[in-house]
Design a protein around this ligand. Structure first.
Ligand SMILES: Nc1ncnc2c1ncn2[C@@H]1O[C@H](COP(=O)(O)OP(=O)(O)OP(=O)(O)O)[C@@H](O)[C@H]1O
Length: 835
């Protein structure tokens, strides 16, 4: 099969398209830097801690060598400074980039320097969160930039007496994406300007981009120059599919439904690329895992499997091992996960490259150095049981000073010398380790990573027959190109995702905002206001948005960057390569826009929610093509083993009881339960000058409904609460904090809609927040966000919101949803509750 052949874009159009990507990335990087700077400079450490962006007053309990020769500092709250060892709620997660600061310094003021210009003050040191528990943070330390007396940098991870850990922006991702696009330009023979181009020469220099020591671009053969695969992805040649391809091996997962099997054979047959469209709960990851096994075991291909996030990569890897681990072992085929062990699920740590290298037959090469390293570290390690005089804390510095049974302090120069030894040993360790990782990779038929991780130096000079990206609609196009550049010239790319759910979170939005305004002159003021907020929405502390999202022909992709490729008259038209409007335009959507539905296969059986919850999104977005599988088609809360109330005897009874009904709508229309602006609050959104919204009335309604469900026997962890607004999420988290399972400590899961994409729960309560007389609904006017929100529950969806405000917004999709809820949900009018 060959899809229509659009006339290829001109070189000029191709250059403009690629240049726009690079420019958008630069704008995004700047936005992220600005926000991070603003937060760190404007907020006191206490404010940062209240917003979950910092943890204060920590002491080092231990420092050790972890996998990959990483220096790990175990931090806790010393009893001398805190009444409780429990670390306050925070957003630090394994893999986050942090800065370790001296608690005694004020980050909003410059460090004091001596007359000589040098400073004794502890300079912030970088680190990566390795492990998080209620009372401990383990940080993998990076280089400390405190200057040595000779002026050179020091790798010695000296820690201050009291430590503050602060979350910071991660720029490495941007460097890698930009470098990848520069290489793509080179392969296409195009000249683009990157942030590393020499001023004024207008050229892109690969060597300049390569020089980041990050591995990308160095030695990767990729598919140079411009392979058929790359040409198909940038509209220069149409993709083709082989005829009559069947599954090479019997299914590893014999329960796959027809659409999953179809999608897999479609992907196996593709000569260039194929899309697997997986609406919520349709078994996309399950299908991807089978596809990987068929490729690796049946076709003996080398496969690079990527996820848009670590969790996505881990999910797919778990499924691959679960279904095909034995078969891979039997054939002697390796599978390895590239990535910082801190960012990988515990169950997969033994499958990481770090672990496999150290435990391979050649691993003993590392053992000697490791032992020496541990011994050197031990001298510097604190001794918990011997606190330094006058200091009750378990500070690393204080404790280290009292080593060797308290026989005096280690002098500064002695200490530095020790660290120099450690540094030399680590260098040797890393050298030997590189040799080992190369050996492990050469044996791996399946390599799993995040899109970003696929750009690491471990994969330099390694080529893959197939690159598969799961959750591809949550990765920017630039991020997808990182693994794609690892494909062989004759290789293929398979993208699995759903373009009708939220795109990747993007902070910079001005480009898209400007475009939208000029493109939509006829929008009413109210629609403009809603779209403006949609564009500047802040979720998970980020901006997102292209208000045009709603105007896209979703089923055709995002209007297509190649604008003339829409369905009507597709084969007659010349492809106009239109620069992307924002980084939200994903590769998946663009290809769909370019080549039409012929390049995708839809998974049409969903395994999550009951029929009632599925109906609206199915009709409104998926052209009624989805079917609820019989195992979940009619599931109800009262089928749960722990449901304690009587089952309903009639359908009427079920429809009239909020503890039973599959859909509940608590409508606040006419009850004056208005929203409030959260701009005066301590919320980070407000600190960086963005307004978030709250609705205290809805917080109470959520509380009441959750309480009702708990009284019916549900466990807190079976209930999820979502809101589009982060300020509302903060209020909800406070108010619902008491709902905690006494035995297990499990809580109700609370989060922004954007943060809950990919998650599910038995019952989901959505607080829409917006209630005003102007009909302003902000970023509720974004059907992909609403789609994510309403497809999280399995058994009950409870919506709390103001139907009048939603209708007055003029947003068609929102209006339709309100009509659907009124007709199909148990409607509970808040107005009547007040009377
Ligand atoms: N053919 C099948 N038969 C039975 N259950 C299935 C089948 N395919 C998938 N499932 C189940 O459906 C659920 C969702 O599957 P999976 O995680 O693969 O879907 P997804 O589309 O990747 O999910 P998401 O919507 O979160 O992205 C899982 O519990 C999985 O075991």
């Amino acid at each position: 099969m060959t899809l229509h052949q659009p006339e290829p874009p001109s070189e000029e159009a191709l250059t403009r398209w690629l240049q726009k990507h690079v420019d958008l990335l630069a704008a995004e990087r700047k936005e992220e830097q600005d926000q991070s700077r603003l937060l760190l400079s404007k907020c006191s450490p206490k404010q940062l801690e209240r917003n979950g962006l910092a943890v204060l007053g920590l002491g080092a309990l231990n420092v050790s060598i972890g996998l990959g020769g990483k220096i790990l500092a175990e931090l806790e709250r010393p009893a001398a400074y805190h009444t409780s060892p429990i670390i306050p709620p925070h957003t630090l997660r394994p893999g986050d980039i942090v800065q370790l600061e001296d608690h005694a310094t004020d980050p909003t003021k410059p460090l004091k320097t001596k007359a000589s210009g040098s400073s004794d003050a502890y300079r912030p040191a970088p680190g990566v969160v390795f492990k998080v528990s209620d009372s401990k943070l383990v940080i993998a330390l990076g280089a400390n930039n405190k200057k040595k007396p000779d002026g050179s940098g020091s790798e010695a991870p000296e820690l201050p007496h009291r430590i503050r850990v602060v979350k910071v922006a991660n720029e490495a991702t941007f460097d890698r994406m930009e470098a990848t696009l520069a290489r793509l330009a080179k392969q296409l023979g195009l000249t683009i300007k990157t942030s590393r181009s020499k001023p004024g020469d207008g050229s892109s220099s690969e060597s300049e981009v390569e020089g980041q020591g990050d591995g990308e671009g160095q030695g990767s053969k990729g598919s140079s120059p411009s392979s058929n695969l790359i040409r198909a992805l940038v509209a220069q040649t149409p993709p083709t599919w082989a005829k009559d391809v069947t599954m090479p091996l019997p299914l590893f997962n014999t329960g796959l439904n027809e659409s999953q099997q179809r999608a897999i054979t479609f992907a196996l047959a593709s000569n260039h690329f194929a899309l697997i469209h997986g609406p919520p709960g349709t078994g996309k990851t399950t299908a991807v895992a089978e596809l990987v096994l068929q490729l690796a075991l049946g076709q003996e291909k080398r496969v690079l499997v990527c996820g848009a996030s670590n969790l996505a990569a881990d999910n797919v890897m778990e499924r691959i091992i679960e279904r095909g681990g034995d078969a891979l072992r039997a054939k002697g085929l390796g599978i390895t996960r590239i990535g910082h062990p801190a960012r990988v699920l515990q169950s997969l740590v033994t499958s990481t490259l770090d672990y496999q290298s150290q435990n391979s037959s050649e691993g003993s090469l590392l053992k000697d150095v490791r032992e020496e390293l541990q011994a050197s570290m031990k001298v510097l390690r604190p001794d918990r049981d011997a606190p330094a005089a006058g200091n009750k804390s378990t500070s690393y510095r204080g404790q280290a000073s009292s080593r060797a049974g308290g026989k005096g302090r280690m002098s500064g120069s002695e200490r530095r010398q020790r660290w120099d030894e450690v540094r030399a040993l680590r260098k040797e360790y890393r050298k030997r380790e590189r040799g080992l990782t190369k050996a492990v990779i050469s044996r791996a038929s399946i390599v799993v990573a995040t899109c970003h991780g696929a750009g690491g130096r471990q994969l330099n000079n390694v080529e893959f027959d197939a690159v598969i990206i799961d959750e591809a609609c949550q990765a920017t196009e630039a991020a997808c190109w990182i693994p794609i550049m690892r494909a062989r010239a004759e290789g293929k790319v398979i993208l699995a995702g759903d373009h009708l759910q939220l795109p990747p979170t993007v902070k910079g939005y001005r480009h898209s905002q400007d475009k939208r305004k000029s493109a939509k002159p006829n929008k009413s003021k109210k629609q403009e206001a809603n779209a403006d907020e949609a564009a500047s929405r802040l979720s998970n502390i980020s901006l997102n948005g292209d208000g045009d999202a709603q105007d896209n022909e979703e089923d055709e992709g995002e209007g297509g960057s190649f604008e003339a490729s829409k369905a009507k008259g597709r084969d007659k038209q010349r492809v106009v390569l239109r620069p992307p409007r924002s980084l939200e335009t994903t590769l998946f959507s663009r290809l769909l826009g370019l080549y039409g539905p012929g390049c995708k296969n839809l998974l049409d059986v969903q395994y999550r929610m009951n029929q009632e919850i599925m109906t609206f999104p199915n009709e409104a977005l998926y052209e009624s093509q989805l079917k609820a599988h019989e195992s979940n088609c009619s599931i109800r809360l009262f089928d749960l083993d722990n449901y304690e109330l009587a089952r309903p005897e009639t359908e009427e009874e079920e429809k009239d009881d909020v503890r039973l009904a599959p859909i509940v709508f608590i409508d606040t229309a006419g009850s004056d339960m208005f929203e409030t602006s959260a701009s005066a609050s301590d919320d980070v959104d407000s600190i960086v000058g963005r307004e978030s919204k709250t609705n205290v009335h809805e917080v109470e309604l959520v509380h009441a409904h959750v309480e009702t469900l708990l009284q019916a026997g549900l466990r807190p962890s079976q209930i999820g609460v979502l809101s589009p607004y982060s300020a509302q999420v903060s209020l909800l988290a406070d108010r619902l904090s008491g709902f905690r399972d006494a035995a297990s400590g499990e809580r109700v899961e609370i989060g922004t809609v954007d943060g809950m994409q990919g998650r599910e729960n038995e019952a989901i309560v959505i607080s829409l927040v917006r209630s005003n007389e102007e009909g302003n609904v902000g970023f509720l006017a974004e059907k992909r966000r609403l789609n994510v929100a309403m497809t999280r529950p399995k058994r009950q969806l409870c919506v709390i919101g103001d139907s009048t405000t939603c209708r007055d917004s003029g947003d068609e999709y929102l209006g339709k949803w309100m009509d659907h809820l009124e007709e199909n949900a148990l409607v509970d009018l808040a107005l009547l509750r007040n009377q």
